[in-house]
Design a protein around this ligand. Structure first.
Ligand SMILES: Nc1ncnc2c1ncn2[C@@H]1O[C@H](COP(=O)(O)OP(=O)(O)OP(=O)(O)O)[C@@H](O)[C@H]1O
Ligand SMILES: [Mg+2]
Length: 499
């Protein structure tokens, strides 16, 4: 590990109106090594990625590649220098084919200068084959899963013979299996001598895959070194400037009467014969492997899809929602897993994003009441520890994790009777996670019913009063809080029998 860095960033500073996103940052990347970049939501990670890929220009600072000073006035310039990225929000082109995405900006040309489609397709096929990726180069990108889109981005890195590959939270939306496949590729890239920057909020991944780390806090670089010489506690301490206990702040709440009752709920393809009740103040966890049908069940409760049979009763009244609007009216809301796409309205300020579904509450005699809208937004933004310079800021300028908090705030502000949270802390940093959990617990104590879909065992075990495990669209087990045991949950979810 005595190699010289291939890429060196020094004194990088970037200011947006009202916020210094990066202040005098330094970062080094080494060939054949994975460097993990960690930091809270809004610490400046994605901003640095955009500077390294020519999307943003720094206000100050220097970039040296192979010992030579370089500038990236455009994304194309960064690409020409062999730097490529899988961004937190994909910047590939949905309407183009897989092969076109791989070779965009550097397509093979015929002697007379036209794109050589035959070679392009053949080379794309070769690269995908060498990666063992089962993707048709002619398929349109929009028809691919997120995991396969990442593979296309990796193929693109291979096609430009990139020296530097950046991955900004590549695993956030992947299943366990897809993550394993991605890690195999990261290893290949490392063996190939590429310098890799890997951004993730998941410490198990970082400790598994990274050789080095760099920590950002509030736009400053607060530490870097070898993974072998640190541990999770030290990293978290650097990230948040204090130590965070991984304790779950679930308050003891006396459960009230039954609020929601689901009987025999079935769907033609996704789930079958689901039965459960939910009491006032209860947090009901849904655990299972990706694809177990949990999200599909929740979408049906929210009126987004049609079940084929069964009943839903809320406070004694039939409550099978016909549409999302109907569900909101009845008091059932769903915060989806993919909050980026299904959640925030980019282009609108934060406060309007939060008050949008609550307009009835914030308008007076049919007129919008700005003061009320602001008050509502301020309350929920505060309770979720949202990091923004002002609530009038366009939600699109928030960091990824903070956009997710806006979406959670927006649904909570409707003051529903039942809130369904699908993977509530995915993409949220370790410090904010505790804030989200504390808030969930407080809401339950106020009498809200919470359904929490999560694939994270500590979260499921720490926050739930009761857990339902789903497997292949059916209920595979139900456990009360005092009977929760990690091994049993995993076995039940995977369908492994006890000996
Ligand atoms: N285009 C922009 N305009 C204004 N502010 C911005 C813009 N892009 C980023 N910011 C601000 O810069 C800061 C750093 O954001 P960045 O996206 O780099 O954070 P991050 O570390 O990637 O966070 P996360 O873990 O949530 O993805 C945040 O305060 C964010 O609101
Ligand atoms: Mg980011």
């Amino acid at each position: 590990m005595t190699a010289e860095p291939i890429l060196r960033l020094e004194g990088i500073t970037k200011t947006f109106p009202g916020v210094k996103a990066l202040n005098d940052i330094a970062l080094e990347l080494y060939p054949g090594q994975v460097t993990a970049l960690v930091g809270e939501n809004g610490a400046g990670k994605s901003t640095l990625v955009k500077i390294m890929t020519g999307i943003y220009q720094p206000d100050a600072g220097e970039i040296t590649l192979d010992g030579e000073p370089v500038h990236f006035p455009s994304a194309h310039a960064a690409l020409e220098h062999g730097i490529t990225a899988i961004h937190q929000e994909t910047v590939l082109f949905d309407e183009l084919s897989v092969a076109e995405n791989i070779f965009l900006g550097h397509a093979p040309r015929t002697r007379v200068g036209f794109v050589d489609w035959k070679t392009l397709r053949a080379e794309a096929t070769d690269i995908l084959k060498s990666m063992g990726a089962p993707i048709d180069p002619g398929a349109r990108l929009k028809d691919l899963s997120i995991a396969n889109k990442h593979l296309v981005a990796v193929a693109r890195a291979l096609s430009i013979e990139a020296q530097i590959v950046i991955m900004d939270e590549p695993t956030a939306a992947l299943s366990h299996k897809e993550i394993e496949e991605l890690f195999v590729l990261v290893d290949l890239l490392r063996q190939d001598g590429k310098a890799i920057l890997f951004i993730s909020h998941k410490f198990d991944e970082i400790f598994r895959i990274a050789d080095r780390y760099t920590v950002f806090r509030d736009g400053e670089m607060v530490g870097s070194g070898l993974m072998a010489e640190t541990d999770q506690k030290k990293l978290v301490q650097m990230m948040v400037g204090r130590s965070v206990d991984q304790v779950f702040p679930k308050q003891d709440v006396a459960l009230g009467e039954t609020v929601l009752e689901v009987k025999g709920l079935s769907h033609p393809t996704e789930f079958d014969d689901i039965n459960f009740t939910l009491r006032r103040g209860e947090i009901l966890g849904f655990y299972g492997l990706v694809g177990a049908g949990r999200s599909e069940l929740m979408q049906a409760l929210f009126g987004a899809t049609r079940p084929s049979g069964g009943t839903v009763t809320l406070e004694g009244k039939p409550a099978l929602a016909k549409s999302e609007a109907d569900a909101i009216e009845k008091g059932i809301v769903y915060v989806p897993e993919e909050r980026g796409r299904q959640g925030a309205v980019i282009g609108l300020p934060i406060f309007q994003n939060i008050s949008l579904p609550s307009l009835k509450k914030t308008s007076r005699n049919g007129f919008l009441d700005l003061a009320r809208e602001f008050a509502l937004a301020r309350e929920y933004a505060g309770r979720l520890d949202l990091r923004a310079s002002s609530l009038s800021q366009d939600v699109g300028t928030l960091s990824g994790g903070n956009q997710q908090k806006v979406v959670i705030a927006k649904w909570l502000a409707t003051q529903p009777k039942v809130i369904i949270l699908d993977e509530p802390t995915k993409g949220i940093d370790i410090g904010s996670k505790a804030a989200v959990h504390a808030f969930m617990s407080a809401l339950a104590a106020e009498g809200l019913c919470v359904i929490m879909v999560s694939s994270e065992l500590p979260e499921i075990m720490g926050m739930s009063d009761r857990v339902i495990v789903m497997r292949e669209g059916r209920m595979a087990g139900e456990f009360t809080r005092d009977a929760l045991d990690a091994e049993t949950l995993v076995r039940t979810a995977a369908g492994i029998e006890d000996h």
